[in-house]
Design a protein around this ligand. Sequence first.
Ligand code: NCD
Length: 307
Amino acid sequence: MNKDLLGLKGVSRAAIGAILDRAAHYKKVIVSGKKKLTDCAGKSVFLLFYENSTRTSSSFDHAAKILGANSINLSVKNSSVNKGETLIDTGITLAAMGADIMVIRHQASGTPKLLADNVTSSVINAGDGSNEHPTQALLDMLTMRERFGRLKDLKIAIIGDVKHSRVARSNIWGLKTMGAEVTLCAPETLKPAGIEAFGVRVEDKIEDAARGADVIMALRMQLERQDSGLIPSVAEYSAFYGINKRVISLANKNAIVMHPGPVNRGVEIASEVMTMPECFIAGQVTNGLAVRMALIKILGNKEDIGL
Ligand code: NCD
C-alpha cells in the first residue's frame, strides 16, 4: 500500500476509479451545501506551497476543513526555509507535530518524492515543476466522467505549452490508463524533447487536434517557466493555438472546453469562449474540492484502494 500520491504515472485503473468514485460522493455533499463533516476529525493536514497558487492551495485547505481536519497553511515565504532549513528537516519537524498529510507544491520536479521518502506522513503532490500535478488531472477526469459518463475511448485534445506542463503530463498518464485517446498539439518550441515517449497522437495544427474531439483542454502559457524566445509573439501564438469559437466548431457535438487555470484571457483562450456553455472551467474548480476531499479521506485514514 502506498502512503502517498506523487503522480498518476503507474497508478492503476482501479485506484483512479476508486478515487473518482469517492470524489463523486463528496461532490454530492458539496452540491447539497453541507460544509462541516466529521470524516477526518482529529487529522492534521499541512500545506507547503513553495510556489504561487490560488485555487489549488485554497481548495486543499477548504477540503480539509469541510472534512473536519485541522488544516495548517504554512506560509513558506515566512518559514525557516529562509533561515537555511532543508526541506527534509522541515518535513521531519512537521511530522513531529503529528502531520497526517503534507501537501506540497514546489518549483523543482521530484521534491514531493524527496519529502515522501523522508517522512512517515502521507504526501500529496500539488504540482512539482514540470513533472506531475495529479489532483488537477483527477479533477479533470471527474469533470469528463460527469459529462460523458465514461472515460474509455473519449477523445481529448490537449493544446498549448506541453513542454512546461505538469497538468498535461498527469492527464496523459491518467487518461491513457483509463482508456481515453489523447492528442497533443503545441508549437515545435513548446513540445517536450522526446514527445513520442508519451505514446499519444501529436498534431501540429490546432484544427487537426480539435476535429472530432470530445474535450479541448487548453494549457496556460507558462511565461514564468519559459526561457525567453520560445514563441515569436503572444499574438502569433493565440492566432495559431488559441481556442476560439471556430476551433470549438470542429469538435464533436457535445464537446467541452477545459483549462486548469489561471487563464491568460486572449492568449490560450479567447474571451468569448469563457462565457460559452461549452466552457467547463468553473465546474472544474468545484470538482477540485471533491477530489481533494476524497484523497484526504483515503490517505488520512490509510484506506487501501490499491494505490
Ligand atoms: C496549474 C499549475 O499550477 O500547474 N494550475 C493549477 O494548479 N490550477 C496550471 C498552471 O499553472 O498553468
